[in-house]
Ligand binder design. Structure first.
Ligand code: NAP
Length: 353
């Protein structure tokens, strides 16, 4: 058994790679003693990123039978995969196989690991969570947490900022159209030649986006009337979301802008092109990332008939999932001071993009 706070990340893909890097870079600030990570497949094309993560201080873990193959790639594993799980205080699964890994591995380490975290695709893994949306739902008893997807974060923060008050919901109905990028710039497969619309598989919520937001808010006792649609576009840049919120109270564009401005996790922009917003993130963001939960396009905001708020926003890729994952880690390691510790990452948030 390891002593101290050990965080283990499973997977080195679009989410895993930046999370491992962030944790390694900010290790001391976050009060983490050791960052370990596991890589499943030994691939020559992945050698450079693994070597870079090791250089930044994270320790590579692989399955016992793959030690030799990794060593042949000049990559030195420190621990065997299951040993790494047994040493960890928190395990963050960043694979599309979190549910499978839970049954196959994590359950066996429940008496040692304080918290297991999985990502957006793993509906049913554990309590759903997004930083600043349902913080009060986190408890020290939570053994399994699912950090919701990037678009779920975005929809949730739009609702929270515009339509929720301390005393409850002002939302009569919310509709969302998720305009999704075909794949991430770090992914080479599954690009599409033309827009592709998603079926409304769920008669109540449309696509999984509204369903996930509904269940996220259910963790704090709110039941929202929301519906989402989704279309995949032939771009690698950012997702965008069109939102249409029917409030129970009158409002105006100035008030809506003010509410967005008051939330530090919301960035505002005068830009209307996702390539310009993406480019800002590449040049000014943390390793090219905007860590805000949404970027709201100011010129698109409108209020119809006094109480219907309409607009567009951009989803900063995986930045919001990264911060929420770190938030669960800090909540587990420092239940009494995690909010102050998370506050130190506010310097990476933008008020304007
Ligand atoms: N992409 C985004 O912007 C984004 C945003 C928010 C949330 N998420 C969520 O994050 C999760 C991961 O997505 P991603 O985009 O990061 O995936 P990805 O880029 O395809 O990477 C997947 C990683 O998981 C590893 N992996 C796959 N199956 C595994 C298994 N059975 N056991 C161990 N490792 C396995 C792969 O390892 P090898 O290559 O070594 O085999 C790879 O490192 C998903 O739940 C997704 O919904 C993604």
């Amino acid at each position: 058994m390891a002593t101290g706070n050990v965080v283990h990340v499973v997977g080195t893909g679009t989410i895993g790679e930046p999370l491992i890097g962030l944790l390694a870079d900010l290790r001391e600030e976050l009060g983490i003693d050791e960052v370990t990570f596991s890589k499943r497949t030994p691939l020559l094309i992945d050698r450079s990123k693994i070597a870079s993560l090791i250089k930044r201080g994270a320790k590579l873990c692989v399955e016992r039978e793959k030690f030799k193959t990794f060593k042949n790639l000049s990559l030195e594993p420190e621990y065997e995969y299951e040993e790494a799980l047994s040493r960890a205080s928190v395990v963050v699964d960043c694979t599309p196989a979190g549910l499978e890994n839970k049954d196959r591995y994590y359950r066996r380490f429940e008496d040692r690991v304080e918290c297991f975290v999985a990502q957006g695709s793993e509906f049913g893994f554990g309590k759903m969570y997004a930083l600043g949306i349902n913080d009060e739902a986190l408890t020290s008893e939570d053994r399994y947490i699912q950090v919701v997807s990037c678009n779920t974060h975005n929809i949730a923060v739009i609702i929270k900022t515009v339509a929720l008050n301390d005393d409850g919901s002002r939302l009569a109905e919310g509709k969302f159209l998720c305009l999704r990028r075909a794949n991430d710039i770090s992914q080479e497969g599954e690009f599409i030649p033309s827009p592709e619309v998603d079926r409304h598989g769920d008669p109540r919520f449309g696509t999984h986006h509204a369903r996930d937001v509904y269940w996220l808010y259910r963790t704090i006792g709110l039941e929202l009337n929301i519906f989402s649609s989704s279309v995949k576009l032939n771009t690698q840049y950012m997702h965008a979301i069109w939102f249409d919120l029917h409030l129970t109270h009158e409002t105006d564009v100035d008030e809506v802008k003010e509410r967005f401005r008051s939330n530090p996790r919301v960035a505002l922009t005068h830009k209307t092109s996702s390539s310009l917003v993406f480019s800002f993130g590449r040049d000014q963001g943390y390793y090219g990332r905007i860590l805000n939960q949404t970027v709201v396009a100011l010129p698109t905001l409108a209020v119809r008939n006094g109480s219907e708020v309409v607009g567009f926003c951009f989803t900063p890729q995986d930045g919001n999932s990264l911060l929420s994952s770190i938030s669960v880690i800090e909540h587990t390691l420092y239940p009494d001071s995690w909010k102050e510790r998370m506050g130190r990452l506010d310097r990476y948030l933008f008020s304007e993009v």
